[in-house]
Write a protein of this length. Structure first.
Length: 233
């Protein structure tokens, strides 16, 4: 279409199907995988165009759609220019004093509560508290130690030993030592035991939850969920 020499510039040439409905496969995906006689049947449905002409030809079929999308993109870019790279500025509808915010926090209100009371965006309230150097009680909750996290994951969430080790980048001996010091019984490794599938089915049929079954048979929750999914229960 543009007159460019495809033999000198083969890397920019593409096959364009004159009738998209007749297309059975993409030529480039089959070159080197089909004998030429079969490939030629598909080649005869095509014109050889440079990538620019190929895209221009296809764009003509959807020109109104592309134009609309371009207009929307330009509007978005204009908003970005005006708002310093932010699509939508999140701000408060009016000013709130530090005393008012302090009063709400003293009454035990969380950021979510304050957002609902003031009918203001959550992130805007969050930014205002940061500006006043205030923090709600939920933000002051102490973080639990790594040791406590390991114990919680192993006992409450029923993580396997391997999963705990992987999460905290520890070896089994270190995790076992922490558990033994807190008198927490070590579960048998799932690699070394075989679960009684029939018993698990009986427990399920009797209405016991998967979480409780895992405690009864001495394995992690995930193992029970995995077995139930595999068996279609």
């Amino acid at each position: 279409m543009c007159g460019i020499d495809g033999f000198i510039n083969p890397w920019i040439m593409e096959f364009h199907h004159r009738d998209p409905k007749s297309k059975e496969f993409t030529i480039g995906n089959k070159v080197g995988h089909l004998i030429f006689d079969k490939l030629k049947v598909e080649l005869d449905k095509c014109d050889l165009l440079c990538c620019h002409c190929h895209r221009t030809l296809h764009a003509g079929d959807h020109l109104s759609e592309y134009t609309q999308r371009m207009d929307e993109t330009l509007k978005t870019l204009e908003i970005l220019r005006k708002n310093d790279g932010v699509i939508k500025k999140i701000g408060l509808s009016k000013n709130y004093s530090k005393e008012m915010m302090t009063s709400l926090i003293d009454n035990g209100k969380t950021i979510k509560d304050i957002s609902k009371i003031l009918k203001e965006p959550y992130r805007a309230v969050q930014a205002l508290l940061a500006k006043y150097n205030l923090e709600t009680k939920e933000g002051k909750r102490p973080r639990i130690s790594k040791e406590s996290s390991i114990i919680r994951d192993y006992t409450t969430f029923h993580y396997s030993m391997d999963r705990v080790c992987s999460k905290y980048s520890l070896d089994p001996e270190s995790v076992t030592k922490i558990l033994i010091e807190k008198d927490i019984p070590i579960r048998k490794s799932m690699k070394n035991i075989r679960l009684d599938i029939d018993r698990i089915k009986q427990l399920l049929d009797s209405g016991i939850s998967k979480s409780k079954i895992s405690k009864i048979v001495g394995c992690g929750d995930y193992s029970i969920y995995r077995i139930c999914k595999k068996m279609g229960w």
